[in-house]
Design a protein around this ligand. Structure first.
Ligand SMILES: NC(=O)c1ccc[n+]([C@@H]2O[C@H](COP(=O)([O-])OP(=O)(O)OC[C@H]3O[C@@H](n4cnc5c(N)ncnc54)[C@H](O)[C@@H]3O)[C@@H](O)[C@H]2O)c1
Length: 353
């Protein structure tokens, strides 16, 4: 198998390494020669022990085109759709686009979805947490009635972006990249949209359907050229009438990431604990000892598992939590949330265009 990874930054290196671990040949592409040199000389060897000389390094203008089984778009969010469109035009069996799929103005989204539908390419969106072993087990337990009938869902992805910036020592701060621009797909709602995506994954699994209304409260910041939501609280309502909440922020340290499903027979909790290299599920029911399940994992494992999932989904044709439709649904809620925050009232989420 051959893959082309576009973007030699933090995620590009993670996914290149994960692909090599699955014995996939990789060409790594960037517009910035410094990014290619940094990948070869610093990022990849520091993270994974040594550079892998089989990886092709190419400037975007001179990159090979055609003949790839998988193309990965691992660049800033405001470049995702143009690059994804080009990948469809180039032709590939599968296309993995990083999250968030688009910018909150949804520019180019409808056209891309239409092109993807007729392309024959399997398109997935890189919500890594959606295919963690603990997430898969948690979603199954919630859907199988582990805490009875589901009454509400909470998710949170709260993480100070000092951690993200530590993975990008060449950046001066959030204003130096898309991270500090909500319009470009950064800020809490864009960068940490894992929380919203997980909420939607859970709601679907328990039969509550898609999110149809959202209210949003945002703490917005503008400093040094950056303009972003640093804390966003979402109230969500689904087509089936389920209500719940998602919180995302770029201020919490140490991070707090996970989900809680409250049912008629107790509470099921999922915690992503990367600091302790594990994920944890706790089932608590009235009058019973809590039941704890632990899933050892590391950040490197997360990406290896994601790529394993992608390769399997493409080979088998099985549906995936990473499927394009779900990444699109997350974008539609993000767009409605910014509109709701501006209007100061609950806003309808439009899924069909
Ligand atoms: N799934 C996850 O857990 C996860 C983790 C980290 C980042 N991400 C996502 O990955 C994306 C990139 O984040 P990052 O931290 O790797 O950013 P980064 O700044 O480290 O790297 C982005 C790279 O893309 C390059 N680039 C920009 N435009 C390009 C183009 N048109 N063609 C080729 N290369 C181009 C830049 O030069 C840069 O080297 C974001 O959407 C982010 O949200 C996802």
């Amino acid at each position: 198998m051959r893959a082309k990874v576009i973007g030699a930054g933090s995620i590009g290196n993670h996914l290149t390494h994960a692909l090599r671990s699955h014995d996939v040949a990789v060409d790594l592409v960037d517009t910035d020669p410094q990014a290619l040199a940094r990948a070869r000389d610093e990022l990849y060897p520091t993270r994974y022990g040594a550079w892998d000389a089989t990886i092709g390094l190419h400037l975007a203008d001179d990159a090979p085109s055609g003949g790839y089984d998988l193309i990965v778009v691992g660049t800033p969010p405001d470049t995702h759709l143009p690059l994804a469109d080009a990948a469809l035009a180039e032709g590939c069996s599968a296309l993995l686009v990083e999250k968030p799929l688009a910018t909150p103005d949804l520019a180019g989204l409808d056209d891309f979805v239409a092109r993807a539908a007729t392309s024959g390419t399997r398109v997935l969106v890189g919500y890594t947490h959606g295919v963690a072993d603990a997430t898969t087990a948690f979603v199954e337990r919630a859907a199988d009635g582990a805490v009875g009938e589901v009454l509400t869902i909470d998710t949170e992805t709260r993480e100070h972006w000092g951690g993200i910036l530590a993975a990008h020592p060449w950046l001066d701060g959030p204003a130096a990249s898309y991270l500090g621009s909500w319009r470009r797909g950064g800020g809490a709602l864009g960068e940490h949209s894992h929380g919203l995506h997980l909420w939607q994954q859970l709601a679907r699994a328990v039969g509550a359907g898609e999110v149809v209304e959202v209210a949003a409260t945002m703490d917005r910041a503008s400093e040094g050229g950056a303009e972003y939501d640093r804390i966003t609280l979402l109230d969500l309502v689904t087509a089936g009438g389920l209500v719940g909440r998602c919180v995302q922020d770029v201020v919490t340290h140490p991070p707090a990431k996970g989900a809680r499903v409250t049912g008629t027979d107790g509470v099921l909790e999922l915690r992503f604990e990367r600091g302790a290299e594990r994920d944890v599920i706790v089932r608590s029911r009235p009058g019973a000892e809590p039941e704890v399940e632990t899933f050892p994992t590391t950040r490197t494992d997360d990406f290896g598992r994601e790529i394993g999932h992608v390769l399997h989904a493409v080979a088998s044709g099985e549906p995936s939590p990473l499927d394009l439709a779900h990444g699109v649904a997350t974008m539609r809620v993000i767009a409605a949330a910014f509109a709701a925050a501006d209007a100061g009232r609950r806003t309808e989420v439009r899924h069909e265009r």
